[in-house]
Design a binder for this molecule. Structure first.
Ligand SMILES: Nc1ncnc2c1ncn2[C@@H]1O[C@H](COP(=O)(O)OP(=O)(O)OP(=O)(O)O)[C@@H](O)[C@H]1O
Ligand SMILES: [Mg+2]
Length: 314
């Protein structure tokens, strides 16, 4: 079912804050590793220091810019701007005097003055370097990379970065690298953007805004995930009976829960109608941390209300 996603080179999990991106990225990577894929789980965090929520979710002992093995088929890395800058300089400036000369050029100065972009540029460079890495026999070291993107603002800034950099320096090795990165991100055969949301009106509105932004940046939205869908214990008959009872006797204790269920159903219908992408629904589970990740990885399955997502995949 998820094969179409596993066959991509990169899955980028995006979404607004707190919707479950880190959990989802970890669960996708664990599920892909279980399906026999070799997976690199990459964290692109707003902060590069301090504890790594993603590493903790999969039980990775180290969270740094060097790739570490978590278990068979699953590796972990925390993308680092500094590591990316190293790749960037190595590629662009093979000698010190060249670096000095380059630093005197107006284009590079303008680029450096762009400020925060430099960090995003470094992160993108490290990601590209990892994606490009090959074994002596020509196969990719990391055939599938799952990236946990930070809350959407940052993720979109990263995605918009290549276009910004290209407008500053369209030619030369940096321009070529950035063009390659942009081609990679925009190529639906290699990259899948996975957009996470919660089944509530506001998060769905936010997810639709993100989806529009992804379209504007020509990034391929491959699947949306409605996370933490409450369990619906009702059959259509029992639901209708409950509504009749509530109409006759007024609200009672379970009313809020029922309302939440109705909102979740409406949110799911709205999201699947508005997006031209398959929708996967994940349940609200009574677990946290690695146990939650393992349970979600185990149970990836489409919500019965929606077309099975493998049918809707291109
Ligand atoms: N399906 C689920 N069932 C129950 N709890 C969940 C589920 N998915 C996520 N959670 C919980 O929701 C919280 C937020 O999840 P997570 O950290 O993955 O979100 P996030 O989008 O990465 O957040 P941030 O934007 O802060 O990085 C966590 O406490 C997590 O355990
Ligand atoms: Mg997170």
């Amino acid at each position: 079912m998820l094969e179409a996603l596993w066959d991509r080179r990169a899955l980028l999990v995006s979404g607004k804050g707190g919707v479950g991106k880190t959990t989802l990225a970890a669960a996708l990577a664990v599920a892909a590793a279980r399906a026999g894929r070799t997976v690199l789980l990459a964290e692109l965090a707003p902060e590069e220091d301090g504890p790594s929520p993603l590493a903790a979710r999969v039980g990775a002992r180290q969270a740094g810019p060097q790739v570490t093995r978590v278990r068979p088929g699953l590796h972990f890395v925390r993308l680092s701007a500094a590591e990316g800058h190293r790749h960037f300089l190595e590629r662009a400036l093979p000698a010190r005097w060249l670096a000095d000369a380059a630093l005197r050029t107006r284009a590079l100065r303008r680029f450096l003055e762009a400020g925060p972009a430099l960090r995003e540029m470094g992160l993108m460079y490290q990601l590209l370097a990892l994606l490009r890495r090959t074994r002596p026999d020509g196969r990719f070291v990391h055939p599938l990379t799952v990236v946990d993107l930070p809350a959407t603002g940052h993720a979109l800034a990263l995605a918009a970065l290549p276009q910004r950099v290209l407008s500053l320096m369209p030619g030369g090795p940096i321009g070529r690298d950035v063009r390659e990165g942009l081609d990679f991100l925009q190529d639906a055969a290699r990259t899948a953007m996975v957009l996470a949301s919660l089944p509530e009106p506001l998060p769905v509105s936010e997810a639709l805004t993100v989806a529009a932004e992804l379209r504007r940046l020509e990034l391929p939205l491959s699947a949306a995930v409605l996370n933490r869908m409450p369990e619906d214990p009702f059959t259509p008959e029992s639901r209708a009976a409950l509504h009749r009872m509530l109409a006759a006797h007024g609200p009672h204790q379970g009313w809020r829960e029922l309302e939440r269920l109705e909102r979740a159903r409406a949110a799911s219908v709205r999201l699947s109608r508005a997006l031209r992408a398959p929708l996967l629904t994940l349940p609200e589970l009574h677990a946290t941390g690695p146990a939650l990740v393992e349970a979600l990885a185990e149970g990836f399955a489409p919500h019965p209300e929606h077309a099975p997502w493998q049918e809707a995949l291109p």
